[in-house]
Design a protein around this ligand. Structure first.
Ligand code: DGY
Length: 418
């Protein structure tokens, strides 16, 4: 463990740009929203002040309407596509125009809880409290316009699980006509066979151009988007962050913020039940444009255990992961290996990701499913020992895939071993 910790630290330091950390140099040369919040957890083990700075830097680029963008383009780089000119968001520092899974509320509560210097942590947390609350408020106002209790993502990139099988059907409705010619950069840094396809990229860009033409006006984007998907994992993260922010607000003497977030979490948890699939023994996505559940057993539906779901559902998810463990060498695969659409090396269509393992194990442990939680952690550390700090891993062989020397992978390892 000492050696693995040292290696993880080396990766974090190598990708540290002073006030923010890049996910990995080359492939992802800017600040990514949820990467940063999860990275801060790893940083907190060796420098609490630096960990708070990571999240503060992200929130310094929060939009006036409350949204926190998924990428902040701090410095120029032509090695990434789509860059600031494609997004065209007209922010003082260029940012993308979509958001990402809101792990910030969870992360800052954890930073505060474990802080050795409580007074300093309270001050830093107090500075972020209203900002995170504003982001949560933004979500329910703009992504749940009919007040159903669950928010929709409008772009697969928002989920963080870019090319998941979850989006395939809904993505068919996204046109590709008129997309400006472009050159991908991701396939120059990583094996194209491990990345999303050209057909998917065309649609990613069509949506970006569509939203840009609407002036990135968030009050209009939801209803104007042909892609509206309710992802149980995404919602579970938001619900968990609302609960954690409420607890933190209580600790810091901010009862109004606490009450608002507790109400959001309660409503979200009640609504999440409608996404349970008994057939798959896990949650599944809902296509909001048709109202139908999507028949795709992906890791998003297992990640739902990150919120305080009922014990019966948590047990069901534990059993599902146990079943999958019989089909792959390393858990947790990002899609059910028994599904013919499973692809062991293609990004979010099968590979294992350590951030998912971290959040799923955390939720299972809280639900009392400690044995399977421990197995997930064990599997994660075996992957590191076999293949280093990769972006993600083939769950059948353990082979490293995507970018190398990956920040959030290293951060999760520090969380696991410390
Ligand atoms: C990418 O460019 O692959 C990212 O996942 C989008 O945020």
């Amino acid at each position: 463990p000492a050696k693995v910790y040292d290696h993880a630290l080396e990766v974090l330091k190598e990708n540290d740009r002073g006030t923010y950390t890049v996910p990995t140099k080359g492939l992802y040369p800017f600040q990514w929203n949820w990467d940063s919040c999860l990275t801060a957890l790893g940083q907190s083990h060796y420098d609490e002040g630096r960990a708070w700075t990571e999240i503060e830097t992200l929130f310094a680029h929060q939009w006036p309407d409350g949204m926190v963008p998924h990428i902040v383009f701090h410095v120029y780089s032509d090695g990434y596509f789509p860059g600031p000119d494609v997004w065209g968001t007209n922010r003082p520092t260029a940012t993308s125009g979509i958001t990402q899974p809101p792990v910030a509320g969870f992360a800052i509560r954890r930073l505060y809880d474990r802080a050795k210097d409580k007074a300093a942590a309270a001050e830093r947390a107090r500075g972020l409290l209203a900002k995170v609350d504003a982001w949560h408020e933004w979500f329910y106002a703009n992504r749940d316009p009919r007040s159903e209790g669950l928010v929709a993502i409008l772009h697969p990139w928002e989920s963080g699980r870019d090319n998941s099988i979850d989006w395939d059907e809904a993505f068919e409705r996204v046109p590709t006509e008129g997309v400006a010619p472009y050159t991908r950069r991701d396939t120059q840094h990583a094996d194209p066979a491990h990345r999303p396809t050209k057909a998917q990229y065309d649609r990613y860009l069509w949506l970006v151009e569509h939203f840009r033409a609407l002036g990135w006006d968030n009050s209009r984007l939801h209803d104007a988007s042909p892609f509206q998907v309710v992802d149980p994992g995404f919602n579970a993260i938001l619900i968990r962050s609302c609960t954690d922010l409420a607890d933190l607000a209580d600790a810091l003497g901010e009862p109004a913020i606490a009450a608002a977030n507790r109400a959001r979490a309660a409503k979200g948890l009640a609504a999440l039940g409608s996404l349970w699939s008994a057939a798959h023994s896990q949650y599944v996505c809902q296509d909001r444009t048709t109202g139908m559940l999507i028949d795709s057993a992906s890791i998003g539906g297992l990640l739902a255990v990150f919120a305080a779901i009922p014990a019966e559902q948590a047990r069901g998810i534990a059993r599902t992961i146990e079943r999958q463990a019989g089909l792959v060498k390393y858990i947790v695969p990002s899609h059910d290996p028994a599904d013919t659409r499973f692809e062991a090396k293609r990004y979010w269509r099968g590979p294992a990701w350590l951030v998912m393992n971290y959040m799923i194990a955390d939720g299972l442990k809280a639900a009392g499913e400690t044995e399977i939680a421990a197995r997930i952690v064990e599997s994660s550390l075996e992957l590191i020992a076999r293949s280093g700090f990769a972006e993600y891993y083939d769950p059948l062989t353990g082979e490293p895939c995507g970018g190398g020397r990956f920040t959030w992978t290293a951060a999760m390892v520090i969380e696991f071993v410390e």
